[in-house]
Design a protein around this ligand. Structure first.
Ligand code: DC
Length: 271
């Protein structure tokens, strides 16, 4: 698992292999000490927006079509929340949570072609599904509201993207993590549409919950994400707003691809 990092060759294109955070043998950390992380990044396409706007679906499809890597920063906050809950930590204890973020064994593996196209691992355990439960969803805004926690996560996110062409999705990617990303989108949709999509998703996963409860939860999370003091959800001034209300995934992705092409030129990507 450490082969890619231990090699003296240039960091290979991000593909179906484990991307290391804490067990990288110093590979990414070394790079981070040597230069400013953002300057060392490859091409980053930043995709931010509220929950349920269809951000993940379009970000993944965009990455696939462009043959780029993909990083879901929300999954990282979710993994931290899961681990903190398992350890029965106080979710308001910012120093303890940020120390956990700095030391926990968190790996994100990009596995193109699979759904979802990544695996989230904590101490080698695959928690990809566990980070998406309602319990984690209910507490992740609280955990991600702490400045120290966010600073640590931003550091990790930059390290992961370093030297790679990658589509990065989250809430503060275009504003804080990669403010100089050459392409930024702010993907949104009406609250009614976002609640409807999330409700449908949850029903498929076997959760019996009313549409109104999902809508209320969404409004609550939106509020917390948008009003927290540190790195709130907001559109970067240079991000293009994409309203996906009433649009199909392929309509949205075609539109994004056209904009990427305008900004970066034609890219040699997937099919
Ligand atoms: O995208 P998601 O719903 O999986 O994100 C989970 C939570 O993490 C969400 O409440 C907001 C938070 N988050 C954040 O604060 N910053 C990010 N860059 C990504 C997610």
């Amino acid at each position: 698992m450490l082969q890619a990092c231990m090699s003296s060759a240039p960091i290979p294109a991000w593909s179906a292999r484990w991307a290391h955070l804490d067990r990288s043998g110093g590979c990414y950390d070394k790079g981070m000490r040597e230069s400013k992380p953002e300057e060392a990044a490859g091409v980053v396409i930043a995709i931010d927006g509220p929950a349920g706007a269809g951000k993940s679906t379009v970000a993944r499809e965009l990455a696939r079509r462009l043959g780029m890597g993909y990083l879901d920063t929300g999954a990282m906050y979710r993994a931290l929340t899961l681990e903190a809950m398992r350890r029965r930590m106080d979710l308001d204890d910012a120093p303890a949570l940020s120390s956990l973020a700095a030391t926990m064994n968190l790996d994100i593996a990009y596995v193109p072609g699979e759904s979802p196209p990544h695996r989230v691992l904590v101490d080698g355990e695959d928690v990809t599904a566990a980070v998406r439960t309602r319990e984690v969803s209910a507490h992740v805004s609280q955990v991600s509201s702490h400045a120290e926690v966010r600073a640590e996560m931003v550091r990790k996110q930059r390290a992961l993207a370093r030297g790679r062409d990658v589509v990065v999705e989250g809430r503060d990617v275009g504003t804080v993590v990669f403010p100089r990303a050459p392409v930024k989108f702010f993907v949104t949709a009406s609250v009614a549409e976002r609640a409807r999509r999330r409700h449908e998703e949850m029903a498929k996963e076997g959760y019996e919950v009313s549409l109104e409860a999902v809508r209320q939860d969404m409004v609550r999370r939106d509020h917390m994400d948008a009003t927290r003091e540190v790195n709130p959800l907001r559109r970067a001034p240079d991000a293009e707003v994409v309203d996906t209300t009433g649009m199909s995934v392929s309509q949205v992705v075609d539109g994004l691809l056209a904009r990427v092409e305008q900004k970066l030129g034609k890219r040699d990507g997937g099919t």
